[in-house]
Design a protein around this ligand. Structure first.
Ligand SMILES: *Cc1c(COP(=O)(O)O)cnc(C)c1O
Length: 219
C-alpha cells in the first residue's frame, strides 16, 4: 500500500479521539510530504537533529513530536517549535525543558515516559522513582512545562499478555495521577505498529505508528 493509502486506512480504522502520530524517523522528506498530502499533520521523530532539519524543510502547519530519548544538551534545538515531547524520563531533563521553554517564551507540552517493559535497555522512568518524583510535587514549580500525560514503550515480544499487562499498568497509573495534574493531563501515548490495536483496547488515545505507514526502516 502507498503511504497515502496507509494514512487514509489508518484514519478510518482508528476510533474517534485516538490521535495518530506518524513516526517518520529515518525517512526522507518526500515520504513525509506523501503523508501530508493525505491530510496527516502530526509527525514524530526520535533524533533532535533530524527533527530540526525536517522542521526547517517542511510546511509550518506540521505538529512535530519528539518521541525518542532526549539528551539535556539537545533540548535547546527543539524548544522553539516542538509541540509535544513524549520521552521525558528525568527531573533533570524536565528542568532543562522548563528553562529552554522560558528562554523562547513558550510553554512546552510533555508526556512522562514510564518504563514498564521487561528489557533493561528500554528508556523511561523507573516506576518507583517516577512515583516518588510525582509525590514530591517539585514539578509544580516548572511554570513553562505543561504536563499532558504518560507514555510507555511495551516489551518487544510476541506474547501479547505481557504487552497487555504493561498497557493496563500505564492506564491505571494515568487514572491515578490525573486528579493531581488536572484537566490538561489528558494524553495516554501507547501503541506502535505491532501493538496499537491492543493499546487502544487498553485506553490509549495517541498511537505512534512508523513502519506500517512508511515501510521498514534501514538504519
Ligand atoms: C520508532 C518508534 C515508534 C514507531 O515504531 P513502529 O513499530 O515502526 O510503528 C513508536 N514509538 C517510538 C518511541 C519509537 O521510537
Amino acid at each position: 500500500m502507498s503511504i497515502q493509502s496507509q494514512i487514509i486506512s489508518l484514519r478510518n480504522e482508528l476510533p474517534e479521539g485516538v490521535e495518530l502520530v506518524a513516526v517518520s524517523k529515518f525517512k526522507p522528506v518526500e515520504d513525509i510530504m506523501a503523508a501530508y498530502e493525505a491530510g496527516q499533520r502530526l509527525f514524530g521523530e526520535s533524533r533532535p537533529q533530524e527533527l530540526v532539519q525536517k522542521y526547517e524543510a517542511l510546511p509550518k502547519d506540521i505538529s512535530w513530536h519528539m518521541i525518542g530519548h532526549l539528551q539535556t544538551n539537545k533540548v535547546k534545538y527543539i524548544a522553539p517549535f516542538v509541540e509535544l515531547i513524549h520521552s521525558v524520563d528525568s527531573e533533570r531533563l524536565l528542568a532543562e525543558i522548563d528553562r529552554q521553554a522560558a528562554r523562547v517564551g513558550r510553554t512546552i507540552d510533555v508526556l512522562l515516559e514510564v518504563h514498564l517493559a521487561e528489557e533493561e535497555s528500554k528508556s523511561g522512568w523507573d516506576r518507583d522513582d517516577f512515583e516518588a518524583f510525582v509525590a514530591s510535587e517539585r514539578w509544580r514549580q516548572m511554570a513553562n512545562v505543561r504536563f499532558r500525560g504518560l507514555m510507555t514503550i511495551a516489551t518487544f515480544t510476541d506474547d501479547m499478555a505481557i504487552v497487555r499487562g504493561e498497557f493496563e499498568q500505564l492506564k491505571a497509573l494515568f487514572q491515578e495521577q490525573r486528579p493531581l495534574f488536572g484537566e490538561q493531563f489528558d494524553t495516554l501515548s501507547m501503541g506502535m505498529t505491532d501493538d496499537y490495536q491492543l493499546a487502544i483496547e487498553c485506553g490509549s488515545n495517541m498511537v505512534r505508528i512508523g513502519s506500517k505507514i512508511f515501510g521498514s526502516r534501514n538504519f
